[in-house]
Design a protein around this ligand. Structure first.
Ligand SMILES: *[C@@H]1O[C@H](CO)[C@@H](O)[C@H](O)[C@H]1NC(C)=O
Ligand SMILES: *[C@@H]1O[C@H](CO)[C@@H](O)[C@H](O)[C@H]1NC(C)=O
Ligand SMILES: *[C@@H]1O[C@H](CO)[C@@H](O)[C@H](O)[C@H]1NC(C)=O
Ligand SMILES: *[C@@H]1O[C@H](CO)[C@@H](O)[C@H](O)[C@H]1NC(C)=O
Ligand SMILES: *[C@@H]1O[C@H](CO)[C@@H](O)[C@H](O)[C@H]1NC(C)=O
Ligand SMILES: *[C@@H]1O[C@H](CO)[C@@H](O)[C@H](O)[C@H]1NC(C)=O
Ligand SMILES: *[C@@H]1O[C@H](CO)[C@@H](O)[C@H](O)[C@H]1NC(C)=O
Ligand SMILES: *[C@@H]1O[C@H](CO)[C@@H](O)[C@H](O)[C@H]1NC(C)=O
Ligand SMILES: *[C@@H]1O[C@H](CO)[C@@H](O)[C@H](O)[C@H]1NC(C)=O
Ligand SMILES: *[C@@H]1O[C@H](CO)[C@@H](O)[C@H](O)[C@H]1NC(C)=O
Length: 524
């Protein structure tokens, strides 16, 4: 336990600054509900079997997901999609998957395949996910090949209808037809005159076939609509959720099965390897401006009564920025980004990951090339979590297992500090503070710290004390050594290890938060 005089000591000698935080004791009815799978996963399709397992489950990946289930009672949702998975073919004689790869490069050490063919076992591997997992799968729009789409849909349905899936309650929540069609011209999949109306025709033709092949009328599976890369990346006009919903698509037969719109978001693109890029990523203002660019789309979606998700997202596009996406500071970015998204009507964020990608929350198999530059490693790197995995852990504990937790962002007058309060049955339970100020290994001045003066608003019982768990980071550019409440997940099996810290605090005395730190408090 931290004694009050120690808090005072920290305040007098370490805190260079203070900020007021007023926390409502009660959540209003319209405060956003955050589900246990708010932070979900999108898996690069080519090496999906490396994540899940092929004939038996990948214990490392399973444990990493199940750690979250232990907090929330809900498995993260899983989307298998992204670049490389759109032009996929199906071969009933193939057991698992056949990928053809180009050469790795310094910038892309683990490239996407140039071709990919799958068999039934590819889809059946979803049975190795934690019980209750909801799955989204993408089918091929690039090739405009009805046979491919038909066979894939049939195989997916066959897999999910098998006893192992029923027993584990693993369900096919959504199908998506095509991935980022607004980049088809850029990738050379379509000629330069490709446009939104041609896309709509193609989608409707192929999705009609999927609707029948997957018997959507007789199942709970629905479509994600859109699946666009987003306005920051494309030269094509019209590929927005608002425009899609205005096109009348929802009144077409396949369109009537769209119940959620998915768009993709990456903060930017950076191949410099320069750790100072963390200053751009860990920015309270950038996180908000990047997300609020989607507000018109979210409003248009919600106005039609549909759900809105970021079906693919992460820090920097094309597998992440070296020394940045894989750094500890990115965990604070991911935490704040996910919660900030929840405040503007985004119900789930699927964090993209692929084998050897820099921005992964975890690396589920042994790697033999460096994720930073593709150079062969002297010693193979066994499966391990990366710092951003802690964002998932902290969120899971903050959301908890109530099934109806509400999260409310707190107004904090500080350019780097954000805060969120968590409610169950409208009553305040927990709070999370995130100090995004980068503390880099190159910094020569002392680490800053801010004292948060806590107070409550509203009339209800005010808690006087709380327990504390800190997300402790050495430097923002560290790539390991992060702990939460004194415990680590950097273990051979992704299971938690180490003795928990036992810090408590008094509301009347507030709490300190260092640069590049998150502080989670549970009120007593
Ligand atoms: C926070 O509380 C301290 C000690 O009570 C006080 O000195 C400081 O001015 C307060 N900060 C703000 C922003 O009110
Ligand atoms: C199945 O996975 C194991 C373990 O990763 C691997 O050694 C094996 O080659 C895979 N089998 C097939 C047929 O892909
Ligand atoms: C269409 O898809 C089927 C099944 O995936 C594949 O066998 C066939 O080669 C594809 N046709 C073309 C023209 O790509
Ligand atoms: C199956 O999982 C869903 C969540 O995906 C859950 O809502 C439902 O209660 C579960 N059903 C059973 C029978 O466990
Ligand atoms: C879907 O496409 C397949 C392959 O071309 C075809 O056999 C099937 O009849 C189509 N189904 C519908 C409902 O159009
Ligand atoms: C946009 O157009 C420019 C100029 O034609 C081209 O260089 C660039 O690759 C295009 N970007 C995308 C994403 O299509
Ligand atoms: C879209 O492309 C098609 C085929 O090239 C063309 O007929 C149509 O006029 C274009 N639509 C718009 C709005 O540009
Ligand atoms: C996110 O914000 C940064 C800073 O304003 C900007 O440079 C970047 O282009 C934005 N990203 C997107 C996808 O809009
Ligand atoms: C990443 O950081 C390491 C260690 O500081 C450095 O050697 C490497 O050049 C950086 N990576 C890139 C791609 O710049
Ligand atoms: C990294 O970026 C900073 C800030 O833009 C710059 O001052 C520095 O020279 C860069 N370092 C390298 C190795 O490019």
């Amino acid at each position: 336990m931290r004694l009050p005089w120690i808090s005072l000591f920290f305040y007098l000698f370490a805190a260079s600054d203070s900020a007021l935080v007023s926390i409502p004791l009660l959540a209003s009815d319209d405060a956003p509900v955050v589900t246990g799978d708010l932070l979900s996963f999108s898996i690069g399709p080519d090496r999906w079997l490396d994540w899940a397992g092929n004939t038996s489950r990948n214990e490392f990946f399973y444990n990493a997901l199940n750690n979250l289930v232990k907090f929330t009672g809900t498995s993260p949702s899983i989307r298998i999609g992204a670049l490389g998975g759109d032009p996929v073919n199906y071969n009933p004689n193939l057991e698992f998957v056949q990928n053809v790869y180009g050469e790795p490069s310094v910038i892309i050490p683990y490239p996407e395949p140039s071709s990919m063919v799958v068999g039934l076992g590819y889809y059946q591997a979803a049975q190795f996910l934690p019980a209750g997992t909801k799955v989204t799968w993408g089918v091929n729009l690039v090739d405009r090949n009805l046979t491919a789409v038909y066979l894939e849909s049939k195989a997916i349905i066959e897999a999910f209808a098998s006893p192992a899936f029923k027993e584990a309650n693993i369900t096919l929540d959504f199908l998506e037809v095509g991935n980022e069609p607004d980049l088809y011209v850029f990738h050379g999949y379509r000629s330069a005159d490709y446009n939104f109306s041609v896309y709509l025709e193609e989608w409707t033709t192929l999705a009609s076939n999927v609707t029948k092949a997957a018997d959507l009328a007789g199942s709970k599976t629905r479509f994600w609509g859109g699946v666009f890369a987003g306005p920051a990346w494309t030269n094509l006009t019209g590929f927005t959720a608002a425009n899609l919903l205005d096109s009348g698509i929802l009144t077409s037969e396949p369109g009537s099965f769209i119940t959620a719109i998915s768009q993709h978001l990456y903060s930017g693109l950076d191949f410099s390897g320069n750790i100072s890029v963390l200053n751009q990523l860990m920015s309270k203002a950038t996180i908000r401006s990047n997300l609020t660019a989607f507000v018109p789309d979210i409003k248009a979606t919600r106005a039609k009564g549909l759900d809105y998700v970021l079906g693919e997202t992460n820090s920097y596009a094309v597998h992440g920025a070296a020394n940045v996406s894989n750094a500890a500071g990115a965990a604070l970015w991911a935490l704040d980004y996910t919660l900030s998204a929840s405040q503007i009507g985004i119900s789930k964020l699927f964090f993209e990951g692929g084998i050897g990608y820099k921005y992964n929350l975890l690396q589920p198999v042994t790697l033999t090339r460096s994720i930073l530059d593709g150079i062969p490693l002297a010693t193979p790197l066994p499966p391990h979590i990366q710092p951003t995995y802690y964002a998932a852990i902290v969120l899971a504990e903050a959301i908890g297992d109530s099934g109806n937790t509400q999260a409310v962002e707190l107004a904090i007058e500080d350019d780097s500090i954000t805060g969120y309060a968590f409610y169950e049955q409208s009553a305040l339970k927990r709070a999370l503070f995130i100090n995004l100020l980068p503390y880099l290994s190159t910094q020569t001045t002392p680490r800053a710290s801010t004292h948060l003066n806590l107070s409550f608003s509203g009339s209800a019982h005010s808690p006087a004390s709380f327990s504390v768990k800190r997300l402790t980071i050495g430097y923002a550019d560290d790539t390991r050594g992060v702990t939460f409440g004194g415990q680590t997940y950097e273990t051979v099996d992704a299971l938690v290890s180490g003795s928990p810290t036992d810090e408590t605090g008094l509301v009347s005395q507030g709490i300190d938060i260092a640069a590049t730190e998150a502080v989670f408090i549970a009120f007593n």
